[in-house]
Structure formats: C-alpha cells, structure tokens
Write a protein that binds this ligand. Sequence first.
Ligand code: URP
Ligand code: ZN
Ligand code: ZN
Length: 450
Amino acid sequence: MTILRNGALMTPEGPMNADLRMDKGKIAEIAPHIRPGGGEDVVDASGCWVCPGFIDGHTHLDLDTGATRTADDFASGTRAAVCGGTTTICDFATQDRGDTMAHALEVWHALADGVSSCNYAFHMAVTDWNERTKAELPALRAAGVTSFKAYFAYDNLRLDDGAILELLESIRPFGGILGVHCENGDVVERLRRRAVAQGRTGPENHPLTRPAEAEAEAVDRLCWLGRMADAPVHIVHLSSALGLEEVRRARRRGQTVYAETCPQYLLLDDSRYRLPGFEGAKYVMSPPLRGREDVCALREAVVNGEIDTISTDHCDFNFAGQKELGRGDFTKIPNGAPGIEHRPALMFTSFSGALSPSRLCALLSAGQARLFGMYPRKGALAVGSDADVVVWDPRARWTITAAGQVQNVDYTPYEGMEMEGRARLVYVNGVLAARNGQPTGAVAGEYIKR
Ligand code: URP
Ligand code: ZN
Ligand code: ZN
C-alpha cells in the first residue's frame, strides 16, 4: 500500500490538491488528507503533479521487418517506457498474409507476456482481409482486441480500398475502431522506384518520395470510406498541414475522425534529411518529417484541441548496422525512430506555455484510454481505476542524450534537448517501476483485455 501525499492530482477539470492511496493494484482512496492506517509507504509528493499513467497508443516492439528486427523488444522497450512515465502501451500485432489474426495475437503474446514492465494492449493490423479473417472478429473481440490497423502503404501490408470499407463495416457493430496509415502506396512506390532508377539513393530522397499530398489524398480517401461505412475513423501519425485540412473537411461534414500525431512531427522538421553524410537515415520514418509550416500547423492543431492523442510510433533501429542497411539505397533503410522513453517530457516541455498539465494528460493518457476502450480503468485518477500513477516533478531539469537513455538503441532524434520536468516516481498496477528516469527492475505489466 502506498499513499501519495500533498501532490496536485491532474483531473480533467484541472489540478486538485489531495492525497491518493493505492492498494492491491487499484486506486483505493482520494481525499484531502488520508490518515495512514499503518504499514503504508507514505510518499511526499509536494510540488509534484500526480498524473494518470501515460499511455502510448502506437508502438512497434520486437518487430521483424523482414530485413531486420527493431532494436527494442518488449523487455527493453517497456523498461524505457516506464522510465519516462508511460504505464501502458498499445502495440501492433500484425497478421501475416495467408495466416490468421489469432496466430498473430499468439505471437505477440509470446513476445510480451511475462517480460513487460508496463501494461500492454494489442491493436490488430489486418493485412489479409477475406471471409476467414472476417469470421475471426468475434474471437478476437473475446480476446480483448477492439482496435485495428490497416495500411494504405507498404506493399507487404496494405489493403485495398474495398477491404478497408468492409473492415470498417464489420467492426462498427461492436464499436471497434480502425486506425489507418494514410499514404498513397501506389504513388509512394512509384516515386521511390523512380528515384533509385535515377541514381538518387541518399536519405534526403525519403521525404521527396513520400510527399504530404500522398498523405492528404489517403486521409481524404479514408474519411470518405468512413462515411460510406457510417463508421468513425482514426488517422494515425498525422504529419502534414494538408492531411490536417482533410481531417477538418471531414469533421465539417459531420464525421467522427480521430487524429493522432507524434512528438517527431511537433518538434522536428525535414531539414534533418539534409544533415551531412548518412546522418539523415536516423530520421527515415513514414510518414517523413515535414516542413516548418507543417510543424506549426500541427502544433496549432494540438493547442486548438483538434488532435485527440499524441503517441510515439516508436519503431527503433540502431544507426550502426541497421539504418546502415540502406547506405547506397535509401529504400532499404528500416523505417522508424525511437520515442517511447521521452514523449511525456518532450510534450510537457514543448507545450508548457500553451497547454495546462491537465490538457497534456488528456493528450498523453485519457485520450488513448477513451479511444481504445480502456477508460476509466486507465487514463483517470479515480477510485477503482488501476494504480498506474506518475509523480511528475515539474522542477526537474535534465538533458536527453543517447548515452543516458534506457531505450536499447544507439541514438535519439532529440539528442541535447533540455527538458523541463521528469517522472520522479512511476507506478504500474501499484508497483514502483521507475524512479527519476531509471527502472527499478519491476516487471509488473499486464495484458489489457479490452
Ligand atoms: O516508419 C515507421 N513509422 N515505421 C513503423 C510502421 C508505421 O508505419 O507505423
Ligand atoms: Zn504507420
Ligand atoms: Zn506505426
């Protein structure tokens, strides 16, 4: 049993000065002053914010791309997550073409069960839509999977428009939600092939072959498919002002469109691809980093309340040996970048003047919990909710470095950035999982059946 004393609890209505008691993995009591009954660990949280554990709704751990595997597996990735204050992740179990979703779920459980420092849920990435896949939906739902992903891009993953329409129609009756990777795959593949054929092989060609127009077109298409299916849609990793315009247009038509963006699209821009040598490979991710005006537009959208969630798309590969696979051909650079450890600090620092801590908690936790069917078990400081709690010290000052990170990767896109605020104590199901950015070694993560 633990009592957090004198902290400012971050509720949707704003900060509330109160004590909070955790017992048997749950939040057991919230009151102005909790009297210890004896045997509790009493923690002074004066000057700190007490936040619902942060939720990263978009991670790829232990992902096999065919050519290589992500640098972080579930053990190392979730260890890094808790160090930053993330207590739940939603990773993507991915169906292999010709195989079942049930098998994909089994595989992802084998990767995550028993080794995860934070809680985990699975979205199911559907890559082979057919009658058998459709017939699997009730069993999948019974196994706790209610959110799905489809890709408009990547030849080995993408579904055609008709399949996406049927998927939307099929999950709508049980309130399932479909997140879609929105880039026009045909256009992107054509531009990539053309670049390589012309001898344009460096990483600076990555953003040129995945233009914002290809994102906007796919966002627009998804929104119309959502309207035809009479279903909500979720745009994952929105990266551009043009894409955002399409979200706005669909919302103006009265559609329910959820939008996720990520720290990289709010903090970094495409000048990174023009760094000397092969350095740009560190930022090869899809969609790519965009121009300064896109960054500004997305930041404004966050402040205006047009973005529902900020998650990471953590999908990391070492620069040495992995990103280097694409020296001489940028299309062979494994796509993705790290972020799971640093998202909360990056966002609290970067939006400190513009957004209240309560609103940031909504973007980092409650938004994901609501969208993915975990609220109020997750994403809320309420009696009966799971004791996933972060004691956040807004006075802490520190600098992000690859040398000091827990993520199992040899670089960070945020090297040298100075942070304001840090997760001082991180509880997962009431168990202390991290202290001042370092793991305690506790492996308290559980599968979240939704
Ligand atoms: O480059 C990225 N984002 N890799 C991960 C897969 C995806 O598209 O989300
Ligand atoms: Zn994606
Ligand atoms: Zn992703």
